[in-house]
Design a protein around this ligand. Structure first.
Ligand SMILES: [Zn+2]
Length: 43
């Protein structure tokens, strides 16, 4: 899965599954509609 572009920590998926966030530096990004299967494996 993706890593944080700022601190290279792991990105966690938010509860609604639409964004990912970094618990270290609070960076967050929206998740696209594609690749939901791989996201579910990670979460
Ligand atoms: Zn980070």
């Amino acid at each position: 899965m993706k890593t944080c572009p700022k601190c290279h920590g792991r990105l966690k998926m938010s509860a609604d599954g639409k964004t990912q966030y970094c618990s270290i530096c609070r960076y967050w990004t929206k998740i696209g509609t594609a690749r939901l299967d791989s996201i579910m494996i990670y979460g």
